[in-house]
Structure formats: C-alpha cells, structure tokens
Design a protein around this ligand. Structure first.
Ligand SMILES: Nc1nc2c(ncn2[C@@H]2O[C@H](COP(=O)(O)OP(=O)(O)OP(=O)(O)O)[C@@H](O)[C@H]2O)c(=O)[nH]1
Ligand SMILES: [Mg+2]
Length: 476
C-alpha cells in the first residue's frame, strides 16, 4: 500500500517492440530513453523519475518485453502458495533460467509494488501470447491500466483489443507515444488516479506539479521571446569603407551580417525554448514545408506571417515607422526597413534584402576619411510580428513533439504550400495587443526606457503561448 507522500511508481510492460520505451520517454519527457526498431532493445529495467524543483514526484520503470508468457502463465496457474507472494515466488524460482530472464526482470518492479501500465500496439490483432501476458498481470493483483499505442492508423483491431482489456484491466486508454500532447499526458495521469484509490492523493499532487511546471515553462518562454525581440529590433551594425565607390559592396556585407546575426539571435532563442521543454538530445526536424524552415528574410516568410497589408498600414502610420507615415501598400510588410541614417548625408539609395525593397539608406563621411553606413534598428514594425509568429509556430511544434518520437512524424509532411493568406497568430490579435506591440517597438527602436512595455509585451506573449498549448491544435 502506498503511504501519503510516497512517490507513485509505474512499470511499463508488454510484448517486445510495442512501444513501451517510447511511452516511458513521452510520459517522463526524457529523450535519453533508448528506443529502437529491433525487438529486445530494453533488456534490463531502468527507472525514469520525473523531477520538478529538485523533487522526485513520480517514477516510470522501463522494462523488457515478455519472452515466454504462455509458459510463465502455466506456472502462475499451478501456484498454490499465498497470493501476496506469488510474483516474488515466480522470480525466486526462475531467476537463473534463461527462458524466463525477461519475465523475472519485468516482474521485479511489480513485486516491489509498482502499478502496471500495459502497452500494446493496437494496430495489430490480439494473439494468444498477449492473452497470456494480460492474464499474468491480472494475477499479480496490482493496479493496472492498458494503453493502446497504435503504431499505424489501422483501427480494425481496436475493438477486439478493448474487449480483451475489459477482462483484465481497471482502465483502458488510447495514448500515442509519438503524438501525445501535454494535455493527453495530463489526461493519462488523471485516469491513473482511478486504478487505485490509494494513489489518488499522490497523483493529484503530480498533476498539480505538472501544471505548475508547465506554467513556469510558458512564463520563461515568454521572457525568452521578449528578449529575442528586444535584441533583434534594437540591433544595429556599422560598416566602414574608404572610397565612395565601395558603397555597394559595403552595403552587401552589412546586409549579410545583419541577416546572419539576426538569424543567430532567433535560432538561439528557439534552441532555448526547446531546452525549456526538455528536448536536450535530438534536433527537432520541422516538417519539410514549414514556414519556420524558410529564411527569416525570405519574401514568402513575410507574405504569410505577420499582419496583413491593411493592418500594417494602420500600425505603421500610427507608429510613424515609415517616413512621413505613408506606406506603400504594394510593399507593405515586405519592406524590411533596416538602414538608418547616422549623421550627415553623403549618399543615399535603396537596398534589397531577400529580393524586397528596403527603406532608404544613408551614408556618412567620416572626418578622418572614409565612410560609414549603419543598419538598424529596424524601422518596419512587421519585423516584430514576423519574429513573433515564427516563435509561436516553433513553440507549437516543440510542445507537441512527444519525447518518444525521435524523427519526423510519419504522415506529417506539413502543408503542401502557402497562398498569400496569413497563417500566423498575430494577425488575429486585437487592437489592444497591437497597441502593446507598437509601444514596445517604438521604445526599443528609440532606445528609450521600456521596462513597462516589455512587461506588457511578455504578458501578451505568455497569453498567446497558453492559448496555443490549450488549443491542442498541432501547427505544421
Ligand atoms: N509509428 C509509430 N512507431 C512507434 C510508436 N511507438 C513506438 N514506435 C516504434 O516502434 C519501435 C519500438 O519502440 P520501443 O519503444 O523501442 O519499443 P519497446 O516496446 O520498448 O521495445 P523493446 O524494448 O525491444 O521490447 C521503434 O522503432 C519506435 O520508434 C508509435 O506510436 N508510432
Ligand atoms: Mg524498450
């Protein structure tokens, strides 16, 4: 019996290669769990604790698959000793017999009091081996739940599985190790509560801790995004050259540097978000046609993210981001606006970034000879919205990337292409949210004190992150 404040322990058991380790990895958000397509990958039990604030709150034990379930069941059926010692007696009698090595190993955590999560691939038919495994688990008398982790979309066998499960388990759930979201993990933990009343209070605490931890991750992610915006929007770079004829090559160098540096700032923020959500080992592979895969300054990126021309014309006119408050509607959102004057004008012109027109360039002559041009801070408010949308889309991928899925999800090639429709989140923001963006943008650009604006911006970002994680919609 579990005592109050005792850590709940669940052993994940089943047939070889059914996805046990994948379920453990997804439930514990641990991407170090070994997963492989060959049966027999897991040979010894390993415990994966979930730690929040340095405190262990729940443990999942990964186990090897059953090896000789029918023969093991025969022993269980013949056993005539005290029921509470049955599992222990099986282990004691078989621990040196190679044929039952895996049974002894997987039954050890159960003999020590772990609850059972039995994993099956529900896209294949039920076999006699499975029936024997379920019967053994029932005979252990431990609280148990069956989890259907369907590896393919084949659903013919789901009902036969559910019928079998009813005979042997206190609870059945569909839980996919590759696609489970945060919400689905919480749902699974919630249903574990009902398999044994003794675990209810402990699991309540686990669920509360999970929720609190998720909220903290969102808070930190919102801060990371706000900080990234701050660095990208305020970014300036200067290039010096000696002859006026070098202006074009100097501009090109500057634009290249600008793209590279901003790209790195954005990437760094995305990596930090990934870490927040405990993806430490593997690189996330965005779907092939994801917009976040495009270059930040690609024309397509600016066509489908950020505000519409109409929304932007209004936002820019109010922000005074474009000279005289006039915006060329044809280029709205595509004018990257990063060149800024520094001092007296000796040369002017327009430069291109990603094939799109940019704001005017100004060049200064230096007293000691030579010239300087400066790029940034960016004068186009669309830059802020595009960065935000990319961060939100990236976030939606990361939070829905189950730890048990190591590569790109099958059947998920991403959208087949984009039209000119806006697909980001910010285009749906209300006027008040846009006002927060405008103020933040202006203050960062003018390098004024923007503590209050940043706070509001961070709050707005967090609210959107919460909406994304609650919507359970998977963005591609
Ligand atoms: N498509 C798909 N593949 C899955 C899913 N779950 C597991 N797999 C794959 O199935 C294979 C076996 O997964 P594991 O998690 O290692 O299975 P296991 O039950 O721990 O296997 P053993 O340790 O060998 O008993 C791996 O190639 C997984 O990527 C799933 O939900 N969908
Ligand atoms: Mg395994």
């Amino acid at each position: 019996m579990t005592q109050p404040h005792q850590i709940p322990v669940f052993a994940i058991v089943g047939h070889p290669n059914e996805g046990k380790s994948s379920v453990v990895s997804t439930l514990s958000e641990d991407d170090s769990v070994p997963i492989a397509p060959t049966p027999g990958t897991t040979v010894v039990c390993r415990t994966y604790p979930v730690t929040i604030d340095g405190e262990e709150i729940i443990r999942f034990v990964d186990t090897p698959g059953f090896q000789s379930p029918k023969r093991a069941l025969n022993w269980f059926k013949r056993y005539a000793g005290p029921e509470q010692h049955q599992v222990q007696a099986f282990i004691a009698e078989h621990e040196n017999i190679p044929e039952f090595k895996d049974e002894c190993e997987l039954l050890t955590p159960i003999a020590r009091g772990a609850g059972i999560i039995y994993v099956v691939d529900g896209s294949r038919p039920v076999r006699n081996d499975d029936r024997a495994e379920m019967e053994i688990l029932r005979m252990t008398g431990r609280p148990r739940m069956a989890v259907i982790n369907a590896k393919t979309a084949e659903d013919t066998w789901l009902d036969p599985w559910k019928n079998e499960f009813r005979k042997h388990f206190n609870m059945v759930r569909v839980f996919n190790a590759h696609h489970a979201t945060y919400g689905e993990r919480i749902d699974l933990l919630t249903s574990l509560k009902s398999i044994d009343q003794d675990w209810e209070p402990a699991l309540e605490r686990v669920i509360a801790a999970f929720r609190q931890d998720w909220d903290r991750r969102n808070t930190r992610t919102a801060q990371l995004i706000a900080e990234m915006l701050e660095s990208c929007l305020g970014y300036t770079a200067v290039e010096t050259y000696s002859r006026e004829s070098e202006v074009l090559s100097a501009k090109k160098r500057l634009v290249d540097r600008y793209r590279k540096d901003i790209g790195e700032l954005e990437k760094k923020a995305h990596q930090q978000i990934k870490k927040r959500f405990k993806h430490n080992i593997f690189d996330y592979e965005l779907p092939p046609r994801s917009i976040v895969k495009e270059d930040l300054f690609d024309k397509r990126t600016w066509q489908v993210l950020g505000l519409t021309s109409k929304q932007l014309a209004l936002a820019s006119a109010i922000a005074g981001g474009v000279a005289g408050g006039v915006i060329d509607a044809a280029h709205a959102g595509l004018s990257f606006g990063v060149f800024t004057a520094i001092g007296g004008l000796v040369g002017a012109g327009a430069a291109l970034l990603g094939g799109a027109r940019m704001a005017r360039t100004r060049v200064v002559g230096l007293k000691l000879g030579g010239f300087q041009i400066q790029i940034g801070p960016n004068e186009n408010i669309q830059f802020l919205y595009v960065l935000l949308d990319r961060a939100f889309i990236y976030y939606s991928h990361i939070i829905n990337w189950a730890h048990g899925r190591r590569g790109l999800a099958e059947n998920n090639p991403g959208p087949s292409g984009y039209g000119s429709e806006k697909i980001g989140y910010t285009t749906h923001w209300d006027e008040n949210s846009k006002k927060i963006c405008r103020r933040f943008f202006q203050k960062v650009r003018n390098q004024e004190d923007y503590g209050e604006e940043k706070k509001q911006m961070t709050g707005l970002i967090k609210k959107t992150l919460e909406e994304i994680s609650e919507s359970r919609i998977k963005q591609t």
